[in-house]
Design a protein around this ligand. Structure first.
Ligand SMILES: N[C@@H](CCC(=O)N[C@@H](CS)C(=O)NCC(=O)O)C(=O)O
Length: 222
């Protein structure tokens, strides 16, 4: 199987590379330079009409293209029969936590980052609104992880998706000092060799410090 991954060093991007590494699938990486708005070029919109990363093309399946990180994770899991159970209950549990990430944690952390880090105009109401919502969602995870080793039974694509965002709580300006179970799970997943390889994709270029990252994000948000 040969997968081409279009990605950048962001939480949504590393979900795909971590899954590819966990599943030991051969893949090539095409870095997309978000600050230069490469994701809005016509050639890329033909792959992902939403003009965002990640996206994949499966060259061993008639060049089938997949966009939306959650859909990519499900596709890769189905392609290999791993990281997503096939029985209705097991599958539903993974889907519930995956949807929780896709519809909740990811969008809220994304907005917290925009208003807390990237917006030139600091709007306290917006910053508080999104940081409080992120904190609430992280508490939901902490309660779940108090009784479960992973989010949905065995380690799954739900853990990959959620870890890729939750690990960046500091960048969103939210503390998890008192969320012991969440911290345990964050560390446990960070220690996985495939996660370490996947989170380093693509190699970071020209971004040495937080200010450069903020500048690049501002160019993207124009
Ligand atoms: N729901 C989408 C969100 C993708 C997304 O927002 N990607 C960001 C990077 S994390 C992006 O490409 N931003 C570029 C832009 O907004 O132009 C997914 O999960 O794949």
């Amino acid at each position: 199987m040969s997968i081409e991954l279009f990605t950048a060093a962001t939480p949504n991007g590393i979900k795909a590379s971590i899954a590819l590494e966990e599943l030991a699938l051969p893949y090539t990486v095409t870095p997309i330079h978000l600050g230069e708005r490469e994701q809005k070029q016509p050639w890329f919109l033909a792959i992902n009409p939403n003009g965002r990363i990640p996206a994949i093309i499966d060259h061993d399946n008639d060049d089938f293209a997949v966009f939306e990180s959650g859909a990519i994770l499900i596709y890769l899991a189905r392609r290999t029969g791993r990281l997503l159970p096939s029985d209705p209950r097991g599958e539903s549990l993974v889907m519930q936590w995956l949807m929780f990430q896709m519809g909740g944690l990811g969008p809220m952390m994304g907005q917290a980052n925009v208003f807390y880090r990237y917006a030139e105009e600091k709007i306290p109401y917006a910053i508080n609104r999104y940081q409080r919502e992120v904190r609430r969602l992280l508490e939901v995870l902490d309660r779940r992880l108090a009784t479960e080793e992973y989010l949905a039974g065995a380690y799954s694509i739900a853990d990959i998706a959620t870890w890729s965002w939750a690990k960046s709580y500091e960048w969103s300006g939210v503390s998890i000092l008192d969320l012991d179970h969440l911290q345990r799970w964050l560390e446990q997943i960070a220690a996985r060799p495939a996660v370490q390889r996947g989170r380093a994709v693509p190699e970071k270029r020209n971004i040495d410090n937080a200010q450069q990252f903020v500048d690049s994000a501002r160019r993207m948000l124009v």
